[in-house]
Design a protein around this ligand. Structure first.
Ligand code: PLP
Length: 414
């Protein structure tokens, strides 16, 4: 039986923050998204594949900042390139710096749909400018969507504070259900500007799903048939499943795609990429500008991150280690006889508990993640994990053992 961690300082900081920030912490990092009372609330430092909380507990970081950490925390080559830019050139100027073009050329070389692109800062920026571009180009208003696309008015789940007119033209469809999309397109097709989808489905709290054969191809056909655009939200899949994105991996090319997260190993940058003719609506008809979008630091970080990823075959290594990890976890789950499922393949490992009428799965989930954090493995009950390059085979084998032990602890409820 592992002991509860000492988290005194985390709780104290949380109490302070309650008086400063509504809810103390923003969104998904709030304590109720973990196991309350068991998880740290504040981290102090991070290096490689590990994080240390404010009370000095060290964890294997398998959440990777929710996706941006693709190589590892505090990667010296990347940070040094950024420091060099700060010290020798500067990064916040009234005109654009030339590193923009260098990064753009590299991305164009890597990503199939990318003839032109615009750099923004967050995933929500990139998906939202994509929707605006699609509407500007097609002169249509309706959107079909599937997946989490960020916090902006058109797509956020919690509708508080948003006038209905800002999302009433947006229709959700079920992933891997072409019949559903066909029905929606038969009803609204002539008014649909874009179908936007996360090429891999990663819904909160549920299994990660890969596209069924024919699903992405079917979306492509439906979009073409009705004169709508196909847009991928590659915020999580980009620079993780393949350097050219999920579109390169699965071979179905969208008209537009949003990228972010892993592109710069933690520095804040995202972009919308797409076919030239479509993207060119941004020349005049469709407006985009922001004080910080042209900031060159994350562009420098992105270039260096890509350079390392290509040089060291980072994604090949993540895939290889992730496949071994996935195999080990499936075995550990089978041995445990606990009703749970592994999903996410080699990139987005996730253990979800199979639902049952008596809600036993909730108890099992809570106990499992409680036991796991006590064993210093940092994962999140309602979100899949990630594997980064600095996770060693030894780290991942240890995580598999800890997962096995934690599942065994769950057996007391069965
Ligand atoms: C698939 C996807 N799209 C969009 C977003 C929004 O990105 P951001 O939180 O950077 O605004 C996220 C964030 O998790 C995401 O996972």
């Amino acid at each position: 039986m592992s002991e509860k961690l000492n988290l005194e300082k985390s709780f104290k900081l949380y109490d302070d923050a309650l008086n400063l920030i509504p809810g103390a912490i923003l969104g998904i990092r709030r304590p109720y998204n973990f196991v309350e009372g068991e998880y740290p609330i504040f981290f102090e430092t991070a290096k490689g594949g590990k994080v240390i909380d404010v009370d000095g507990n060290e964890y294997l970081d398998m959440l990777c900042a929710y996706g941006p950490i693709i190589i590892g925390h505090r990667e010296e080559e990347i940070d040094n390139a950024v420091i060099d830019q700060i010290k020798n050139k500067g990064f916040c100027m009234s005109l654009t710096q030339q590193v923009q073009n260098k990064l753009a050329k590299k991305l164009k070389e890597l990503i199939p749909c990318c003839e032109k692109m615009v750099f923004v800062k967050t995933g929500s920026d990139a998906t939202t400018i994509g929707i605006r571009v699609a509407r500007g180009y097609t002169k249509r208003v309706k959107i079909l969507r599937c997946g989490y696309h960020g916090w902006h008015d058109w797509c956020v789940e919690n509708k508080g504070g948003i006038p209905k007119k800002l999302y009433e033209d947006v229709y959700e469809f079920e992933y891997n259900n072409l019949d559903h999309v066909t029905k929606l397109m038969n009803t609204y097709g002539n008014d649909v500007a874009a179908i936007i989808v996360t090429p891999i489905n990663h819904p909160g709290g549920h299994e990660v799903e890969m596209p069924k054969p024919g699903f992405l191809e079917g979306l492509r056909e439906l979009a073409d048939k009705h004169g709508a655009l196909l847009m991928y939200d590659e915020i999580r899949t980009g620079f993780r499943v393949n350097l050219g994105g999920a579109q390169k991996k699965f071979g179905v090319i969208p008209d537009l795609a949003a990228f972010g997260k892993a592109l710069a190993n933690g520095y804040s940058i995202s972009f919308l990429a797409g076919k030239e003719e479509i993207m060119d609506v941004l020349i005049e008809e469709v407006f985009l500008s922001s004080t910080f979008f042209p900031n060159s630091l994350p562009q420098v970080a992105a270039l260096k991150t890509i350079e390392i990823m290509e040089r060291d075959d980072v994604l090949g290594s993540i895939r290889k280690n992730g496949e071994i990890f996935a195999k080990n976890i499936k075995q550990v789950i089978e041995d445990s006889k606990v009703p749970c499922t592994f999903s996410g393949g080699p990139w987005m490992p996730y253990i979800t508990f199979d639902s049952d009428p008596n809600y036993l799965y909730r108890k099992l989930r809570e106990e499992f993640y409680r036991q796991l954090i006590r064993r210093n493995i940092f994962l999140q009950p309602y979100h899949h994990g990630y594997i980064c390059y600095r996770h060693t085979v030894e780290d991942l084998n240890n995580a598999a053992n800890m997962i096995g032990e934690s599942l065994k602890e769950c057996r007391k409820f069965m």
